[in-house]
Design a protein around this ligand. Structure first.
Ligand code: THU
Length: 130
């Protein structure tokens, strides 16, 4: 799968978005080290702060299915049909990714491939509490 195919997979995942309030659809596709795929979308709530991002939906689906080793995530977000503006993962999602992913974990956005360390260079992890 090319980076662009991986990204387009995230665009397709965004079709499941439940976002009646923001009308901003986000899709995420998480790839495990052994090649499994978990999709996620943002799920909003009338009590706005109960909203969950697409990335965390995908991560929680994977972990609750027994997968904790991840290679990459693709993220696509748009309020229409144009997914060209990169949808950078929020701080909360980066922190949750940090629990399971190392510096070189790949984050594929509309503008190309990034690394977890690019977005959150100094992370609070289990090493900090050992
Ligand atoms: N959102 C995501 O799902 N992931 C991101 O990376 C950024 C924001 C969602 C949360 C909310 O439903 C909507 O996008 C607008 O913030």
């Amino acid at each position: 799968m090319t980076d662009n195919e991986f990204f387009q997979f995230a665009v397709r995942a965004s079709e499941k978005s439940y976002s009646p309030y923001s009308k901003f659809k986000v899709g995420a596709v998480l790839l495990t080290e052994d090649g499994q795929i978990f999709t996620g979308c943002n799920i909003e709530n009338a009590s706005y702060s109960m909203t969950i991002c697409a990335e965390r939906t995908a991560i929680f689906k994977a972990v609750s299915s027994g997968f904790t080793d991840f290679k990459a995530i693709a993220i696509a977000g748009s309020s229409g049909d144009d997914f060209s503006i990169p949808c950078v993962p929020c701080g909360a999602c980066l922190q949750v990714l940090s629990e399971f992913c190392n510096d070189d974990f790949m984050i594929v956005l509309s503008d190309g491939v990034h690394k977890l360390k690019d977005f959150l260079p100094n992370r609070f992890t289990k090493e900090n509490i050992s």
